[in-house]
Ligand binder design. Sequence first.
Ligand code: NAP
Length: 216
Amino acid sequence: MRVGILGGTGPLGRGLAVRLAAGGTEVVVGSRHAGRAGEIVGELTSRWAARSLRILPGVNEEAADAELVVLATPWEAAVPTAHELATRLEGKVVVSVANALVRQGREMHALVLPRGSVAAAVQAVLPGSPVAAAGHHLPASKLEDLDGPLESDVLVCADSQEAKEATMVLFGAIEGLRALDAGSLASASAVEAFTAVLVTLNMRYKAHSTLRLAGL
Ligand SMILES: NC(=O)c1ccc[n+]([C@@H]2O[C@H](COP(=O)([O-])OP(=O)(O)OC[C@H]3O[C@@H](n4cnc5c(N)ncnc54)[C@H](OP(=O)(O)O)[C@@H]3O)[C@@H](O)[C@H]2O)c1
């Protein structure tokens, strides 16, 4: 299985790349600039040299050629990036991790988007690709530290059963993560918006907390 990450050079993309690769998945870290992807992949593979991670650099177009693609750009760039690569992404599961948030003083606030969520807006420009929303509550710094513990639930929303199952398998294969079926893409608005509360808590308590639901 090869996974491509669009905007994979950011903290979330890097963290996801090393965690997926540590579980045996081949990952293409995508960027708008080939040199930047090469630099980041060089850093990751040297930091974790003993683990022989299969992480390759590429431009976003190459990452989009993978079997499953994670869209990990800032939220404002998610729709334009998906739209630009729509033909290459056709028929593939695309996972949106973006949270549309804005900082207001010592709080983060969720923005209300026309279709309710970034994931739904991405699905609208990718009619030929089943889109899932997932991974919004994962702290990038903890993902990137393979020596550190990771314990989190990953809420997965999708209209397509294929996208939901593939995304649950993807995140569920990362040690310490539990993937949960959180419903259709309509639920992505609540899932994305809750990240504002989580980040606010993290700012107030100077923490890197994540989501763990009791009773399931
Ligand atoms: N950071 C977290 O802890 C975290 C946790 C969960 C979810 N998320 C979500 O994951 C996504 C990525 O987060 P991040 O912190 O890694 O973001 P980031 O560092 O701001 O951006 C990720 C990458 O996107 C590319 N990019 C930046 N502006 C772009 C544009 N206008 N068009 C196309 N590509 C652009 C850049 O790569 P190149 O310059 O190499 O192209 C950048 O390295 C966000 O949507 C965020 O809401 C983040």
